[in-house]
Structure formats: structure tokens, C-alpha cells
Design a protein around this ligand. Structure first.
Ligand code: NAP
Length: 271
């Protein structure tokens, strides 16, 4: 019987996940389908009951359901627990298992895109939204000695830091230039630089030129921050790889094959 999986969200039309998983299904010759499902908040409970009965092995979860599905899960992974939200569900014998793969997707993107990167220097993360939460958790797990967090709304960064332990320092947004000299990694985890959003216009001149610069915004692929960093010689990594890598654990669990992230997948998702 064909294996079924999909992605639930509202809206869902913009999701690149069907193209991503569809590429892997074709590539590995798997008898399966991955479908976008438009699910409104009012229908979420009913859908979570229905999908396993229809034979779905699991689903990805996108805005606005990531916290709601986490709260409804029977079991959560440690990394989902650290974030308080889930983007990957597996249905097993009437139980819902919830995972959050954004952080691991972020780290795997760094490892693949910058094989020389080592988690032995401090990191500066801009932003304190849902994505930043998973990224900070994953950086700490991977051994980064200190994470400095700056967010337009400082209270949101402080709330995030409280759940992350002692290796996270919060600074005010305007203070950011003063800590740059110590960083080995700069992460834009805000939506600044995204199409139809303002660019990130802080002064990054003190950042060491060997620091890795990454932006989790991937529309456009080359954000103003990445263009600036590349021009002064910093190694850079774009945000698309995070999206691709975060999909690996779900695909492996539902379809039984651990897929690779490569240029063919990038092209398929961008086409
Ligand atoms: P979110 O929860 O809405 O958080 C948005 C973040 O951007 C907050 O830190 C917010 O600061 C900041 N921000 C927004 N407008 C700003 C402005 N004008 N000035 C300064 N800061 C501003 O969103 P999210 O889910 O974390 O996603 C953030 C971005 O990452 C989005 O562009 C999303 O598309 C992208 N993303 C990419 C991936 C990937 O796989 N590559 C995965 C997830 C998300 P405040 O707290 O002050 O509002």
C-alpha cells in the first residue's frame, strides 16, 4: 500500500515541502504521496484524529499550528520540548509523536555548507521568534560555548534565554555592534531581508572576516546581509539548506529511507 504523508498549515499554498518530498519520492522510487493539506485551527483536532485513520504515517506542520500540535502530542522529543513547538509529527499505533527539526536542519546546513566550521567559537543570533528558539537550542547542543542573543523586542530574547541555561547572553538590539569582534558565527534569524521586508541595516563592520555568516531567510537566496558578508570575504551560507535539511528526519521516519540533500534537490525546490 502507498505510504501517505503531508504538510498541514493555514495558508498552505506557499509551502515548498510537497516539491521537496516529491523529489525524494521520485528519486528513491518510493510508492508514496506527500500532499499539502489546508487545515484551519478550528479543524486541527479533527484532522489529527482523522489523518492516522486515513493511513497517514505523519505530517509536517507549519504556521499557525506548531505550538498547538506540540500541546496535543502524546510524546515529544527533547529538542521539541526545548522549543515548545513541533514541525514534524509521526502517527504510531494511535499515538502522536512530535519532533522539532528546525534546529538540526540549521546545524546540518552549516556542516554541509561550511565543512570547516567548528562549534568552538561564540555565536551571535539576531531574532527571538520561533525559528531562533530552535537555532539557539541546536547551537548549544552542538557545543557552541556562548550564544549572544539580540532582538528588536528585548523581552522576547530574555524569555527565550531563560529556557536555555547559562550559556546565553541577551543584549539590546542597538548594542549588537559592540559584541561583534568576539563572534565566530553570525545568524540572522529575523525576517529582515526577506522579500517585502526591510533589510537588516545594522553596522557589522567589527565582525571578524573569518566568521561564518548565515541567514535563515531564503527568499531571496542572496539577502543583503549575505551579499555584504561575501563582498568583504566572510564565508556565507544561505537559508535554503536549513529548509531542506529539516525535512530529512520526517522523510526517513515515514518513508523508511534517509534522503540526501544535494544540488539536485536545491534545483527541484527552487524551480
Ligand atoms: P517570527 O516568530 O515571526 O519572528 C520574527 C523575528 O523577526 C522576531 O525576532 C522579530 O522581532 C524579528 N523582526 C521582524 N520584523 C523586524 C523589524 N522590522 N526589525 C527588527 N526585527 C524584526 O518568525 P520565525 O518563524 O522565527 O521566522 C523568521 C524568519 O525565518 C522568516 O523570514 C522565516 O521565513 C524564516 N525561516 C526560515 C526557515 C528555514 O528553513 N530557512 C525556517 C523557519 C523560518 P520582534 O520579536 O521584535 O518582533
Amino acid at each position: 500500500m502507498s505510504i501517505l504523508a503531508g504538510v498541514i498549515g493555514d495558508p498552505i499554498g506557499h509551502s515548498r515541502s510537497p516539491r521537496l518530498h516529491g523529489h525524494w519520492l521520485a528519486r528513491y522510487g518510493i510508492d508514496g504521496y506527500y500532499v499539502p493539506l489546508h487545515v484551519r485551527a478550528a479543524d486541527l483536532d479533527e484532522m489529527l484524529r482523522l489523518l492516522p485513520r486515513l493511513g497517514f504515517a505523519g505530517v509536517n506542520v507549519t504556521i499557525p499550528h506548531k505550538e498547538a500540535v506540540f500541546a496535543r502530542a502524546d510524546e515529544v522529543t527533547e529538542r521539541a520540548g526545548a522549543v515548545g513547538a513541533a514541525n514534524t509529527l509521526s502517527f504510531r499505533q494511535g499515538r502522536i509523536l512530535a519532533d522539532n527539526t528546525d534546529g538540526i536542519g540549521f546545524i546540518e546546513n552549516l556542516r554541509q555548507g561550511a565543512p570547516g566550521w567548528r562549534a568552538d567559537r561564540p555565536a551571535l543570533v539576531l531574532g527571538a521568534g520561533g525559528a531562533a528558539r530552535g537555532i539557539v537550542d541546536a547551537l548549544l547542543r552542538s557545543g557552541v560555548p556562548r550564544v549572544t542573543l539580540a532582538n528588536r523586542t528585548t523581552e522576547r530574547a530574555e524569555a527565550l534565554a531563560v529556557t536555555c541555561g547559562e550559556r546565553v547572553d541577551v543584549i539590546r538590539w542597538e548594542e549588537m555592534p559592540t559584541v561583534l569582534g568576539a563572534q565566530g558565527l553570525l545568524v540572522n534569524a529575523t525576517s529582515l531581508g526577506m522579500t517585502r521586508q526591510p533589510p537588516l541595516t545594522l553596522d557589522f563592520d567589527e565582525l571578524p572576516t573569518d566568521a561564518l555568516v548565515t541567514d535563515i531567510v531564503y527568499t531571496p537566496l542572496e539577502t543583503p546581509l549575505l551579499r555584504w558578508a561575501a563582498a568583504r570575504g566572510n564565508p556565507i551560507i544561505d537559508g535554503l539548506g536549513m529548509l531542506l535539511h529539516q525535512a530529512v528526519p520526517g522523510f526517513a521516519d515515514w518513508f523508511g529511507t534517509t534522503p540526501v540533500v544535494d544540488d539536485a534537490l536545491r534545483r527541484a525546490v527552487l524551480s
